[in-house]
Design a protein around this ligand. Sequence first.
Ligand SMILES: [Zn+2]
Length: 195
Amino acid sequence: MPNVIRYRLDKKRRYAGEEAGRELVDYLNSQGQDRQQVIDLLNDAATLVESLLPFSGRDPEKSLIEIKRSPALYKKIMKARDRLDLEHLARYRVQYWIEPKKFISGERVSEVICHPMPAIAYQIDAVLELIRQDKLLSVRQCQECHRWYFARFSHQEFCTGTCRAKFQTTTEAFKERRREYMRGYYKLQMSGKAK
Ligand SMILES: [Zn+2]
């Protein structure tokens, strides 16, 4: 019975960043024409988050000195930072304001996309929101079906249990074939017919 109880609790729990994550994942799984731009942005953001998050809460100055001791890592971080800054965020921006009439009719915060019309402004917003909530690395690609998904748990590697099972079966079959091949190989070696 413990499984049933846990399932119910999970259903009730609200996951931070899940809304932005789901929106982004839906877009990444669509055939949007600017999809590659969003993927590039996501990769750069993920590079920064992955490299910097382990230092979170530590002394910033000392952390940076430590990062600089690894020139490759430092270069990687700065490259991702520059790309994020210059190529994407400055060009694609959403402006927010409170419009009295709209506020009264229910739209509490209004937003307008700055010109030139950026097709991926909302996706960029979603990426930024996920960074703020430390949830960016939850946007992942399934190892089995390669679809994007929002991971609810840090150890999750597949979009569904079905994909996890499929991947394991394939991996097991591959390992078995390899075991058989190696057995045959050793037999051949023992017989002196192979070098
Ligand atoms: Zn999958």
